[in-house]
Design a protein around this ligand. Structure first.
Ligand code: COA
Length: 167
């Protein structure tokens, strides 16, 4: 099975990492795909930064690839030869949105299945926005994100304290 794990990853969190690690064990090939034209603007990290973070953090996993995409997820997945999309479910509140997305994707291309992995409980409250908010307000995010994100977050926050808003 070739699977795509898509997301904004702005930034990657330990919750995403949990899903990536576990998905890489069930897929023959896992493509982590960074959405390039998110409606979530402004992004804190450029797509290149997000890809660099993924490479630094998960590049050691043998069956993993990283890519950026824009347009429809199912079109990207089909062009990449994938037959599955992986999504993480953190809590029941994720379900409605994820179910709608899975149904839409299936209506667009029924040869690509959506598979859900339940997030490990210790990450069920995490989101990229939470990480950014805590970091900007001076809180400790060490246990929320990998080192590659910590370093870049600190640079942005220190830089912004001299030069205006971070996001
Ligand atoms: N651990 C921690 N956080 C997690 C998580 C996990 N396991 N799973 C999701 N999240 C968080 C993310 O950090 C993100 O937080 P944020 O809202 O604060 O940024 C949030 O949950 C959801 O983000 P993400 O999983 O990255 O999904 P998304 O909603 O940003 O993007 C796409 C979803 C990319 C899959 C979707 O927008 C897409 O397919 N777009 C392409 C267009 C398309 O095909 N549309 C038709 C299908 S509907």
């Amino acid at each position: 099975m070739t699977a795509v794990y898509p997301g904004s990853f702005d930034p990657l969190t330990n919750g995403h990492l949990d899903i990536i690690t576990r998905a890489s064990k069930i897929a023959d090939k896992l493509i982590v795909a960074v959405l390039n034209n998110s409606s979530k603007t402004p992004a804190m990290f450029s797509v290149d930064d997000r890809l660099a973070i993924l490479e630094e953090t998960c590049g050691h996993i043998k069956n993993i690839e990283f890519a950026a995409f824009s347009g429809l997820l199912v079109d990207f997945a089909a062009a990449a030869g994938a037959n599955a999309v992986i999504r993480g479910l953190r809590a029941v509140t994720d379900f409605e949105y994820e179910f709608q997305m899975a149904q839409t994707n299936r209506s667009l291309n029924d040869s690509i299945e959506t598979l859900f992995i339940s997030t490990s409980p210790q990450y069920s409250y995490l989101s990229s926005s939470i990480v950014k908010e805590v970091a900007i307000l001076g809180g400790n995010v060490d246990y929320m994100v990998p080192a590659a994100v910590r370093v870049r977050l600190m640079k942005k926050i220190v830089g912004a304290s001299c030069a205006g808003p971070v996001i």
